[in-house]
Design a protein around this ligand. Structure first.
Ligand SMILES: Nc1ncnc2c1ncn2[C@@H]1O[C@H](COP(=O)(O)OP(=O)(O)O)[C@@H](O)[C@H]1O
Ligand SMILES: [Mg+2]
Length: 256
């Protein structure tokens, strides 16, 4: 799997500034800024409609923002296609996972692996690739027993895990997760959070994690940014976020 980034520990790998996107009259993301460092899990929280998913969509090439910059190891990401971003080591998971017809879990992981830079010819055979994906990803994600099961027949939690396997198979150095534990039971959510921390520990990638479940956010993230109405309103350590009065007012006090 991917070697850790050749960046020095503590070096900023992603610097997003002034990211702004409008849909008609709606400014969905307004002057958003966020940094991420190799080996760091950055939480992105905020009320529904704050612009979290749209911000991720801007960084990951789904949307082209009206303004802003997002430098990844010195290269501009904004405006690149998702495929070009994957080649640069930037991968994401989706808030809502679609079931891709009769593809199996292993097929999904192989789709992710297909975009690896220079993947052609590295594995002696299809079998070698399948064995590697099974051992390094499906087993830790508790998917090895359903590797050959069509994804659409699996419960939601397993489909979310398969989507994470797809993203990880690309060997990302920057991983953006949009609500990775949404729709999972609290036990499944904690297991997923442990996997995400394990991925960070093992591969040293930078992780940006949008999430609503505060117990998962607080126990998983090294740093947390809070968005409201398209902008960052606060950033700090988990305990600082929890004790900030403004964050309490706009977010933590809200149900759900
Ligand atoms: N494609 C789009 N067209 C119009 N409005 C959009 C589009 N995508 C997002 N928005 C709007 O942007 C705002 C932020 O949405 P979103 O990023 O999904 O919030 P969050 O993920 O924080 O819940 C919402 O008001 C949403 O309606
Ligand atoms: Mg969202």
């Amino acid at each position: 799997m991917a070697a850790p980034l050749p960046a020095e520990a503590g070096a900023v790998a992603l610097t997003a500034q002034n990211v702004t996107i409008r849909f008609g009259g709606v400014v969905a993301v307004a002057g958003m800024a966020l940094d991420a460092t190799p080996g760091e899990i950055v939480g992105l929280i905020g009320p529904n409609g704050a612009g979290k998913t749209t911000f991720v969509n801007c960084i990951c090439g789904t949307y082209r923002p009206n303004a802003g910059t997002a430098l990844w190891l010195g290269r501009e990401l904004l405006g690149l296609s998702p495929h070009a971003l994957l080649k640069l080591g930037v991968a994401r998971t989706f808030q809502n996972v679609a079931s891709l017809h009769d593809l199996t879990v292993l097929d999904i992981a192989k789709l992710g692996a297909a975009v690896r830079a220079g993947s052609g010819g590295f594995f002696a055979s299809e079998k070698a690739l399948e064995a590697e994906l099974t051992e390094t990803l499906l087993r830790p994600l508790h998917l090895a027993d359903v590797a050959h099961t069509p994804i659409q027949t699996l419960p939601y939690g397993r489909r979310k895990a398969a989507d994470l396997a797809r993203a990880l198979a690309a060997q990302p150095q920057l991983l953006l997760l949009d609500e990775p534990v949404a729709g999972l039971t609290s036990q499944e959510g904690m297991a997923m959070a442990a996997v995400i921390r394990g991925v960070r520990d093992r591969f040293g990638c930078a992780v940006i994690m949008v999430e609503h479940k505060m117990d998962v956010v607080m126990s998983t993230c090294d740093r947390i940014a809070v968005m409201a109405a398209g902008s960052k309103i606060f950033e700090g350590l988990p305990e600082e976020v929890q004790s900030d009065a403004e964050v309490q007012r706009v977010y933590l006090g809200e149900p759900g």
